[in-house]
Design a protein around this ligand. Sequence first.
Ligand SMILES: Nc1ncnc2c1ncn2[C@@H]1O[C@H](COP(=O)(O)OP(=O)(O)OP(=O)(O)O)[C@@H](O)[C@H]1O
Length: 654
Amino acid sequence: MSEQNVKQQTRQDRHQDQEQDQDQDRPTEEELRFAGASDHRKAAGRSMSALAMLRRLPQLIRRALALAWRVDRGSTALLLACQAVSGVLGALALYATTGTIAALITAGPVVGRLHQAAPSLLLLTGSSGVRALLGAVIAGLSERLSPRIGREAEMELLTVATAAELAAYDNPGYNDRWDAADRGADTAKELLGDAQNILAAAVSLAAAAGVLTALHPLLLPFLLLASLPQGVAAVRSARIHYLAMLDTTEDRRVLGMLRWYLVDKNTADQVRSDTVAEHLLDKYRQAGARIDRTTDRASWQSARVTLLGSTAAGFATALVWTVLLVLLAKGLVGVASAGTAVFALRTAANGLQGMVSHGARLYRVGLYLDDWAAFLDEAGGHRIERGRTLPEPPEVVEVRDVTYTYQDADAPALDRVSLTVRRGEIVALIGENGSGKSTLLKLVSALYLPTRGTVSWDGLPTGELDAHAAWRYTARVPQEFARWPLTARENVHLGQPSADGDTAVLAATALCGADEVVAGLRSGLDTLLARQWWGGQELSAGQWQRFAVARSFFRSTRNPGLLILDEPTSALDPRAEHRIFKNLRALARDRAVLLVTHNLSNVVVADRIVVMAGGRIVQQGSWAELSVRPGLFRELLDLQRDRGVPGPRTATAS
Ligand SMILES: Nc1ncnc2c1ncn2[C@@H]1O[C@H](COP(=O)(O)OP(=O)(O)OP(=O)(O)O)[C@@H](O)[C@H]1O
């Protein structure tokens, strides 16, 4: 081997080694999936401490009450009033205890002592009765408010989620934030209960603390000291559980996804015919086992912490009782006061314990709720923030030097594409799979904004348009269209009917053959579609596609502008397909139509054919020009005609 060759070989080896090193550094697909984007939440969970909790609680209680206030002002005001009255009555009852005991232990005849104790006893029993009544009202109000709060939180989340840019869905971080926010909305209903319990505990603690301080100033500080170990343990335990929840986020998502694929109607046939159930169930078991391992570990850690806290609390309580006995022995508190102190200590200890345990729970709920609130603030970081210009239906749509790169993609899906579409024109986009046709359609219809370059409607860049106003002038048949679980009529007008009743709906169905489907439905346009819901009537794939086309024709008739058809006839029989293309010409008269189809015989209808490859436009022209000019279009046309059997000659040959 020559010296030159050896050097080259060495360079190649080094290069290969480097590539191998890089491959080793690069996370595997599995690791990528588990690299959760929830690190900021883990940091928040780790910084969970008793002090942080104390600082956070007032804000969380305010948030709970604000949510409740928004849902139902009357019930919230009543709840707070009942809580306050209950607290005052609790304090009065404790004071009445001293009076009762003092009266009972004085010397003299029993009747006289009872007579003396009567007002205190009356106050004691009266306040207990009223407090029990108030407790029932409070519980009822909480039960009324909590589910409503949960629903309000979910409604806000759903509203905000629909206000996010479509491109958000290509960002894994968005899905992670959505999951967390969804969980936050789910826990929102617990917020009021916990906040309410903390308030109740705080009120009874305050009442007992006042009584204890009046009896002897030493008692309260000792009691607070005694509650410290249990408080710290409760916060630690809450932190352990929250972190375990975060650690299992990805696996819980895997479980949810597998559950969906295993039972969803769209995959049910393949789950059976491809005998894939066992494989998916195996993955389900593995993810479940990983979750169990993490939660088991967390349970053990939490149990250890709780045990330590309880042991320390036991010693601390003994200390408080010792202090009380010493005070009694030294005559620093009287017997009646000591009796009251017993009740007050129990009440205060319960109050403190309630504050700590509910506080820890509320703090944990608060962490989830932070995720919810953060999502609301910025739609998971993807709120639609474009211009406010209200567009007219576009006369000319111009794509100028546009590049579009999907999130985290190595290469752009569209690369310096320029194209103009005018009203009255049908432009067909042709190209092999992955060449960028659907992406271009989404940019033209202002669903995506370009990474570079501009897409403009009558000279106005789509980024400056009010997005919702622009979409009103856009009618689309996407490649994967929705099968809405609504009536046949709603499946056409989508909740935006025209003033002429069913006339426009029927006209739209007649243009694409959906009228024949409607004629066969048990209640015509009133028929509920999608069988899996509420006994609706199911349609075939092609019948559904006719509805998808009818929906776009209806929209297009109401607000003529852009008509975007992405493989609109892929599931249709030749007769239905023929009907659509025959009617398309008339529809296109005052609309700009962009059509994607792999059936090249359909593009005869187009005024212009644009051929794409690798995210670029490689050919443009009419059918007559492109079908004879050497290039990708003619190649694809030939391939479509040639099925490898003797028969009709190819275009090239002819
Ligand atoms: N949501 C997405 N996130 C990341 N990459 C995407 C996404 N959608 C499409 N791509 C990539 O962009 C490129 C163009 O996709 P596009 O859907 O525009 O192609 P297409 O020409 O419509 O293909 P087809 O004929 O199969 O419908 C492909 O390489 C595809 O992998």
